[in-house]
Design a protein around this ligand. Sequence first.
Ligand SMILES: [Fe+2]
Length: 228
Amino acid sequence: MAETEAAMNAGTGYTMGHIALHYPEKDDGPVAARLLEIIGLRQTQVLPLADGSNFYRFVVDDRHHDRGDGIIYLSQVPPAQKALHAAIREALAVDTDAEHAAVRDMREAMKADPEYSFHVGLLTHSLEELEGLVSTLRDLAANDPALKGRLNIVINRPLPGDAEVDARLDASPVFGGVTRHAYGRNGVQVFIETDLLVSGPLGDNMVLEIDYVFPNAASHILSVVDLG
Ligand SMILES: [Fe+2]
């Protein structure tokens, strides 16, 4: 994993630069930032803004601390966007008896497939660390005063077929009981749905995805889409 700075800068293509995420209310800022740190992102800056909210900069790992790539910015959803979400929710009578059927259909689609709408995917290089993270998040989602009720974890195993991979996951306290499957082989997907981040047509929540792919596989969930 030890690419040098020169190697990372080589080539004529792009690297993934940055993603801008938003949290809904001022008070959600520190909690959303804490969630990103728990996931393993490195916080490099907290900038208090005049409106009382915080602007945060994170990087996916320490190598990106001073670089222009591997960055995730986090700030409060801007006022005009917030107003638009409110208008959409009012027009579609969201969370009322008169809710538009499209809202229900979208929510059902998201429930069936967390990747149905915009989401952000991160890749971890340790299955053991991912297992530990899932246990931590489940504990926090159940017991932490600030995170309780704000996280929903959904997990996909790979399509079965590789005996070694299947045995490793069968024996896992986290992945052993999972019956959902990814669109591919030799990898797992952990989805963290949270209302601490604003996204989607209603601006109500978003999904962070953390993946692991088994090494040395000819193909895996992120290299080839396989509908089984
Ligand atoms: Fe995805």
